[in-house]
Design a protein around this ligand. Structure first.
Ligand code: NAP
Ligand code: ZN
Length: 346
């Protein structure tokens, strides 16, 4: 076994603390990765605090992993020692269901193997994530990192980047389309940058005026503070696509009214409590309410290559592992600018 040093929550009420554990020895198709950086996603907090239910402990969170190949199994031809690589939100899937066969492996019908807070495919070993120094992953679930993306900035692309890229592509954000991004956090700020690169007209909808300058600097054309409820009438029937990245409960019915006829509101934020939907606000303009989860392995590689080509990078605050608990508190207060990334060498 490989000795790993990480940072874990031992229960839903415990803070993140140093934790030693073992990774499996590499099988023939595995890649051993020295983790250099890991992003902090709000999902880490929801899961470590068991806000979605069903969490398993001890939990080493982290699914925005950027690192360098330390060793490879005997059958590996795609990667070699020293390659720059990434790992996102899942590390395996069944590979044979209809979705896996159609490059929709994030929606594996038998269930993905989450990078942490779940079990390996044997149903026995706990999967453990990127708040650690090393990880062992089957090569099919490893991403190649383009040379021009520094590893610290690469990390947030592996969840925040792909979670916005996938619905923006699926709902065809592009020239002539008005796109709204609700919540300017880790996911939201990637949404602004990617939607702009795709040619869409982008509006940020944020709970206050505090992030206005940042949003405009990120090249959003418009910024609306939803503290002023008038925005919901002033901008009624004006968006083709709205993506809700908010991690808390907000009243969706306000937002449905912002959609044009046949417009779509896509949920990506996963609050602890359910949101209520008044069907009339969808029915009146044949609006769609949908959801989207991360992206497939193929689409994630496509997103990394797109971000490299378009020079799209997240805005990050790099921290030491000793600062994780304080960083989580700032994420919960919507005070991150705009993604914390843990430097695992510190
Ligand atoms: P984050 O950095 O904390 O951003 C969330 C943003 O939501 C905040 O910056 C804030 O933006 C807004 N917000 C937070 N609390 C609010 C409140 N009480 N009222 C109104 N607005 C509020 O979180 P993240 O890492 O981007 O993740 C966002 C959500 O997506 C989380 O629930 C996470 O679990 C989920 N997620 C889903 C997927 C998926 O595949 N669907 C993948 C990753 C994460 P403003 O300050 O601009 O209002
Ligand atoms: Zn995430």
């Amino acid at each position: 076994m490989i000795q790993a040093k990480g940072f874990a929550a031992l229960s839903a009420k415990a803070p993140i603390a140093p934790y030693s554990f073992e990774r499996r020895d590499p099988r023939a198709s595995d890649v051993v990765i020295d983790i250099k950086y890991c992003g902090i996603c709000h999902s880490d907090i929801h899961q470590a605090r068991d806000e979605w239910g069903g969490s398993v402990f001890p939990m080493v969170p982290g699914h925005e992993i950027a690192g360098v190949v330390r060793a490879v199994g005997s059958k590996i031809t795609k990667y070699k020692v020293g390659d720059r690589v990434g790992v996102g939100c899942f590390v395996d899937s069944c590979r044979h269901c209809a979705n896996c066969r159609q490059n929709l492996d994030q929606y594996c019908l038998e269930g993905i193997t989450p990078t942490y807070n779940g079990y390996e495919r044997d149903g026995q070993a706990l999967s453990q994530g990127g708040y650690s120094n090393v990880i062992v992953v089957n090569e099919d679930y490893v991403l190649r990192m383009p040379d021009s993306i520094p590893l610290d900035k690469a990390a947030p692309l592996l969840c925040a980047g792909i979670t916005l890229y996938s619905p923006l592509m699926h709902w065809k954000a592009g020239p002539g389309k008005k796109v709204g991004i609700v919540g300017l956090g880790g996911l939201g700020h990637m949404g602004v940058k990617i939607a702009r690169a795709l040619g869409a007209e982008v509006t940020v909808l944020s709970q206050s005026d505090r992030k206005r300058e940042d949003a405009l600097r990120m090249k959003a054309q418009h910024f609306l503070s939803t503290a002023d409820k008038k925005v919901f009438t002033q901008h009624a029937n004006s968006f083709d696509l709205i993506i809700n990245t908010v991690s808390a409960e907000i009243d969706m019915n306000d937002y449905f009214g912002l959609l044009k006829t046949d417009g779509a509101l896509v949920a990506v934020g996963i609050p602890e409590k359910p949101l209520t939907v008044q069907p009339a606000s969808l029915i009146s303009m044949r609006r769609t309410y949908a959801g989207s989860m991360i992206g497939s392995m193929r689409e994630t590689q496509e997103m990394l290559d797109f971000c490299a080509q378009q020079e799209i990078m997240p805005e990050i605050e790099v921290i030491a592992p000793s600062e994780i608990n304080a960083a989580w508190e700032r994420v919960v207060k919507s005070d991150v600018r705009y993604r914390f990334v843990i430097d695992m060498s510190r």
